[in-house]
Design a binder for this molecule. Structure first.
Ligand SMILES: [Zn+2]
Length: 74
């Protein structure tokens, strides 16, 4: 298995699947939408997001502050 790092910093674990038919497709980053892979052949790939970029911590912090507010209001 191969690790793919998007330009936004997201890291994906790449899994290759052999197909009996030809497949032409591409995969976009879940976070920024950039194309991280494309293929054309009797193969396809799936990608599992295993690491998010550092700056996505901002999202986690804002989600935590919302949880804090809910907890305090109760
Ligand atoms: Zn990305």
């Amino acid at each position: 298995m191969t690790k793919i790092t998007c330009s936004c910093g997201a890291v994906y674990l790449e899994k290759k699947h052999k197909l009996t038919m030809r497949d032409k497709d591409k995969k976009h980053c879940q976070l920024c939408g950039e194309v991280i892979s494309s293929w054309n052949g009797a193969v396809m790939y799936t990608y599992e997001l295993i690491s998010r970029p550092e700056n996505s911590n901002d999202l986690n912090l804002s989600a935590k502050s919302i949880v804090d507010k809910i907890t305090k209001s109760n």
